[in-house]
Design a binder for this molecule. Structure first.
Ligand code: URA
Length: 234
């Protein structure tokens, strides 16, 4: 239960149990095969341990990293996941491009993951875009809002309505309710501009903390998990 709930690798928690660092209902337990249920009061290294079937994290994805759990050549987000959380079937919710930074949710809750990426639930994803080229204006705000059609590939693609908010210094916040491939970059280039930097700053009500470090992995709070579930009808 401890290793499946993210408290360490099997060998870490076995060592801790053998050292007497785990109590169940107030009694030290030194047998790592001791059976527990959800009703048991488990203290691990002085802190209450809860059985979690699903784990939820946010990562500040660094630049130059693939949104994948393995790759033969390139660095991946798995390089930033500590050993004690490996083997828990964690995977990223949706993808950010190699050069996009910012908020990535990482979980082993397949239902939530599916819903957060499905356009059906219209969970807003906010991107801070720094672009080069002519300044965007009202025409682009209106086009984004009415659901534009991209014609940069073989077949035209109709996009869901999006919100474009202009900021000074060639920056903008683009809010998307779906996640088509390279959607932000393609919208920006359809306006004759180019993305210089792209950073996802929030998904639903979940944002990265202001001082987050690239590559950092932070467990979501109960409130954040609840808000994402509520946004997707779970
Ligand atoms: N849109 C893009 O173009 N790239 C991303 O990484 C995310 C959204």
């Amino acid at each position: 239960m401890l290793s499946n709930s993210g408290y360490g690798t099997r060998s870490d928690v076995t060592k801790a149990i053998r050292k007497g660092k785990v109590t169940v209902n107030g009694v030290v337990v030194k047998d790592n095969g001791f059976h527990v249920t959800e009703d048991d009061d488990i203290i691990f290294d002085g802190e209450s341990a809860v059985s979690k079937s699903h784990l939820y994290f946010m990562m500040d994805k660094p630049d130059g990293v693939l949104t994948a759990m393995e790759d033969k050549r390139l660095p991946t987000i798995a390089d930033f996941i500590p050993a004690n959380l490996k083997n828990l079937k964690l995977s990223p919710v949706g993808r950010l491009d190699y050069h996009t930074t910012g908020l990535l949710i990482i979980t082993n809750d397949g239902d939530l993951s599916h819903r957060l990426t499905s356009p059906k639930y219209e969970v807003p994803k906010n991107y801070l875009v720094t672009y080069s080229g002519n300044e965007l204006g009202q025409t682009q705000i209106d086009e984004a809002a009415s659901g534009m059609t991209l014609t940069d590939m073989d077949k035209p693609i109709k996009l869901a309505p999006a919100k474009l908010e202009l900021l000074p210094n060639n920056q903008a916040i683009l809010t998307l309710y779906e996640g088509k491939t390279h959607e932000v970059r393609r919208m920006i280039s359809s306006w004759g501009c180019e993305v210089v930097e792209l950073r996802r700053i929030s998904i639903g009500e979940v944002s990265l903390p202001e001082n987050s470090e690239p590559g950092s992995l932070i467990e979501l709070s109960e409130n954040q998990i609840h808000s994402l579930k509520a946004a997707t009808g779970l």
